[in-house]
Write a protein that binds this ligand. Sequence first.
Ligand code: F6P
Length: 549
Amino acid sequence: MDSLTSSAAWQALAAHHAETGEARLSDLFAADAGRFERFSLSAAGLFLDYSKNRIDPRGMELLLALARSRGLENAQAAMFAGRRINTTENRAVLHVALRNRADTPIEVDGADVMPAVRQVLARMGEFAEGVRSGAWTGHTGETITDVVNIGIGGSDLGPAMACQALAALGHPRLTMHFVSNIDGDHLAGVLARVNPARTLFIVASKTFTTIETMTNAASARAWFLASGATEADIARHFVAVSTNAGKVEAFGIDPANMFGFWDWVGGRYSMWSAVGLPIALWVGRDGFEALLAGAHAMDRHFAEAPLEANMPVILGLIGVWYRNFFGAGSLCVAPYAQALARLPAYLQQLEMESNGKSVTRDGAPVEVATCPVIWGEPGTNGQHAFFQLLHQGTDLIPVDFIAPLAASHGLADHHRLLLANCIAQSKALMVGKGADEVRAELTAQGLSGEALEALVPHRVFPGNRPSNTLLLPDLSPASLGALIALYEHKVFVQSVIWGINAFDQWGVELGKQIASRIGDELAGGAAGEHDASTRGLIALAGRRLGAAA
Ligand code: F6P
């Protein structure tokens, strides 16, 4: 394959950008009465309007040609076929198998993974229904009221985001808690609010070695035993989600209380596996299966739709267009749904841990910028905080607006105003406000002369700022499943264009190793070799810890 930037497809895009990159969105709409229909599509129940992007039909054709020239279709087929596309870890990448609702086998090295997937799913469903119905009780015979998921990264963000998103459907007796941070404030804050006899802890860790999770789990266990419970009672209150049965047993959790998954499930792609147990507890077996079904519908769309009508492909290519041809360094995700408050954090891990890479699959330096910074907050809150910068700041920051069309609550009028704001913001970013319009407005307010002119530049909006709008029918499990699968596949599409492995995360290792050594030093171990800054900080922290001990 040609180098990316010297390929004919890339060169054609660069030329097209040079020619059309400054075109005004308003002019593109004025010139094409069918632009909204041309640049919007539905898939798996979701509707994507991508017409407010600085791209014309020829630009889309060229992006699609780039995708084909980078072998996207083969890469998709390789993933769905269970090939070991995560080459640096020699693993298949099969989160799609976890939500495969068809009867079709999915194989890794000739072995169908589906029987094991179905078996764990059935066990999860049975366990979740037992807790929800009250058949599963704590050691004193009381029903469970609080579920505390202890995990971090992919073993936290997916279930935490989804349980919040589906809050309207949660079991009324249960309160879900998510403890991830090694900062003891996190666990202590939750333990202060729960009753040990009525609490179920889920220790979720793919590896069962992650220091944050193991530390929190050990403290939770000690707290539970200190309440007067016995070792034997642990079986009613602690379950594990992991790929590492040996470590689970060594920790003291009965393997019968372990829900397994497999090395071909990446941490940030794992909410569909047993890592989703909190979701199943919260919305029940049927709700969890509906989430899987929504994701599966998006998988089928991704695998089967032609590239030009393929939602994840379009979303991914538009992202490449801004990142590489406009130099956009970040993407703002603005869910117009308070229940999706954790979605930006979830997508940060999904996108930035997947595509925050600077070498290609062959180990060569990448030729172009890769993953942008992903950030955001729910609308309308963001409007009263950082939207100023989106509208009048110096950077081009594309925005993904995400909104459910139906509300999950019964409060009159809120949803009309919410949706109005969502639609208004994408329009305002696009059309802006020119100096003449500002002058007319200020004149109507009675200003004139120098006072008026002094204000004009401050009140001009440059406009031409791009966005996607994704509409969900509602915040149901199926819609949420489709939404998350959409972003997963978008990330994959971008990784194929950039030629990188989206499924490893070596970049998190160095800090972990150094933290472990510094932790030993702070416990009184031998001093390591450090620069003056690190040495000084260790000394300060050591003195403070020593004084507190
Ligand atoms: O440190 C990064 C990471 O490995 C993530 O990729 C992962 O989701 C998280 O830590 C938690 O890992 P585990 O599930 O093995 O505890």
